[in-house]
Design a protein around this ligand. Structure first.
Ligand code: BG6
Ligand code: MG
Length: 232
């Protein structure tokens, strides 16, 4: 049977932490007089802590000294970690464990590809760390999604070609990173947000075993040029 690399994003794909990032950023942004919407928050998903604060400052037309920038990033992380500390296994998103176990049973390679510097403690907290052969997180990369670096490092560590890897992502930046890496991109979330993905599911409960088997066998492939205008 063929072996594929399945690379999972963490926040918003494996665990329901995207809401905690949003809460923490929103609270922090308020302290410097910046307000942003849930729609704008989509642009913060998948991107690094540094890049997120840069975007928030740009939205509010603010500039900060380097020291103040560092201080605010730390404050946001402390606030975020206060939510994470209370996390339980029940915050693993629906059917994620079932999907991981199915892929493990089928002898597939599994990696984490996350922008978060908190990835390992979060996976430990929800008792999923041992499901991953390889972890690539915010501590290992120098370029934030949509740069494909995080996924390319993952493929390399799994000793698989990028075209033999499949990425699960809830963010626009992450879907773009997977596409640039020439991997099959599977959006987890809403169609209108994640339309650049090759396949989109609301969550893992909607993904059948037949679909996963199709990815493993290579029947399900990358969907090229699907977004081009018809007369192109
Ligand atoms: C991504 C999240 O997974 O990790 C972003 O989608 C977050 O919202 C980024 O900013 C960095 O996470 P952390 O935990 O290092 O602040
Ligand atoms: Mg995410």
């Amino acid at each position: 049977m063929s072996k594929k690399g399945f690379i999972f994003d963490l926040d918003g794909v494996i665990v329901d932490t995207a809401k905690y990032h949003f809460l923490a950023w929103q609270r922090l942004a308020k302290t410097i007089g910046v307000d942003f919407s849930e729609v704008q928050n989509e642009q913060l998903k998948g991107v690094s802590r540094v890049r997120s604060l840069e975007k928030i400052l740009a939205w509010g037309d603010k500039t900060l000294s380097k020291t103040e920038f560092e201080r605010l990033m730390n404050l946001k992380n402390e606030d975020y970690l206060s939510h994470v500390n209370d996390m339980e296994d029940s915050e693993i998103l629906p059917d994620v464990t079932k999907t991981l176990d199915f892929l493990i049973e089928k002898n597939q390679a599994i990696a984490l590809g996350s922008a978060s510097k908190n990835a390992t403690p979060i996976l430990e907290k929800v008792h999923l760390l041992d499901k991953f052969e390889v972890i690539v997180d915010g501590n290992d990369v120098s370029k934030a999604k949509p740069d494909p670096e995080v996924f390319l490092i993952g493929a390399n560590l799994l000793k698989l070609k990028p075209e033999d890897c499949i990425v699960f992502e809830d963010s626009v930046a992450g879907v773009q990173a997977a596409n640039t890496a020439n991997m099959i991109s599977i959006g987890i979330g809403e169609n209108d947000v994640l339309h650049e993905a090759d396949y989109i599911f609301k969550d893992f409960t909607e993904m059948s075993q037949e679909f996963l088997e199709g990815l493993i066998s290579g029947d399900k492939t990358k969907q090229v040029k699907k977004n081009l205008p018809i007369n192109n």
